[in-house]
Design a protein around this ligand. Sequence first.
Ligand code: AMP
Length: 117
Amino acid sequence: MCIFCKIVIGEIPNNTVHENDNFLAFHDLYPKAPIHILIIPKEHVDCFQNVPSGTMAKLTTFAQEVATKVGVDKSGYRLITNNGDDGGQEVHHLHFHMLGGGKLKWGHLHDETRKSL
Ligand code: AMP
């Protein structure tokens, strides 16, 4: 069982922000911004590339509720998912990082800027 599935069943403790039957939002253990929440489906899906679109539709509303709950709905936030090896995904249970609480930096994420396709 993956680490986030263990969090869902309560085997590993978490700092819950918001929850419903389908999703859980909790504080990231190693925050990379003043507010850093992880949003996960309770059902195991390994990554964004394999998530059913119906799950994403429900997740949209849930993420908006999380933003309101932690107070970044008006100030703004970044919602990202790392998908697969090149995306830097370390936990293979779909999760979205909600980052906010301050002006976030934005810059090049790789030495090469563009690949011609
Ligand atoms: P990613 O690199 O996109 O797979 O992100 C995984 C995230 O999970 C990282 O930001 C970690 O800090 C976070 N993380 C790992 N284990 C835990 C945990 N037990 N509780 C909360 N966050 C965790």
